[in-house]
Design a protein around this ligand. Structure first.
Ligand code: HEC
Length: 178
């Protein structure tokens, strides 16, 4: 009686072993266990592995010098540098336009910038009657109330103007913390 039971335990142990062996050899659920080199489900097992090709586009570093396209000559080493330049421009009542006013002639004391509404750009601005990005809003005020010239999108001047706007807004938020 005992012997028969031991034998059947031994048999099921054998069955288990062979099942594990089979499933390891060609388990369709595990692409790495498939021995065939042309397993379509396993890109690494294919002979023409695109990742191993010489002209692999993924091996090209977009930051390497020969590929890099600059939007402009390097301008700033830190955010603070751009804010400092922007501050001068926001205070300039001569060089920015013919109207003889500065941005801060109208926007000092956080006036008319709606910082309390905590809105991000783009958004609708009543004076423009349209939805604008921050850069577009800066150009709109340059062209209209300032009677000046618009700034080029990629210019360091535009970056500086937008940087000062951000630091000015952060100042507002610090001072008006609830
Ligand atoms: C003569 C006054 C005047 C001058 C000068 C002026 N602005 Fe404005 N600015 C306004 C008015 C008015 C609005 C629109 C307020 C509205 O419609 O809600 C505005 C709106 C803005 C806004 C958008 C505010 C919002 O709702 O998010 C920005 C940003 C801005 N101005 C930046 C500038 C910059 C930068 C300069 C200088 C280049 C400048 N402004 C010069 C009057 C002025």
């Amino acid at each position: 009686m005992m012997k028969l039971r031991q034998f059947s335990v031994f048999l099921s142990f054998l069955a288990l072993l062979s099942f594990a062996g089979v499933s390891e050899a060609a388990n369709p659920c595990n692409p790495c266990s498939m021995k065939t080199m042309h397993n379509p489900c396993n890109p690494c097992g294919m002979a023409a592995n695109p990742c191993s090709m010489g002209a692999n586009p993924c091996s090209m570093n977009p930051c390497s010098a020969d590929v890099k396209k600059n939007i402009r000559p390097h301008a700033f080493n830190s955010f603070q540098e751009s804010v400092d330049m922007g501050r001068k421009m926001w205070n300039d009542d001569e060089g920015m336009g013919k109207a003889g006013v500065a941005c801060l002639s109208c926007h000092a004391g956080f006036d008319m910038l709606h910082f309390d509404e905590n809105q991000n750009f783009p958004h609708y601005v009543k004076m423009v009657g349209d939805v604008v990005t921050l850069d577009q809003m800066i150009n709109y005020c340059l062209l209209n109330p300032m009677q000046g010239h618009e700034l080029a999108q990629n210019s360091k001047e535009m970056t500086a103007m937008a940087a000062y706007y951000r630091s000015y807004r952060m100042k507002y938020l610090r001072e008006h913390k609830k």
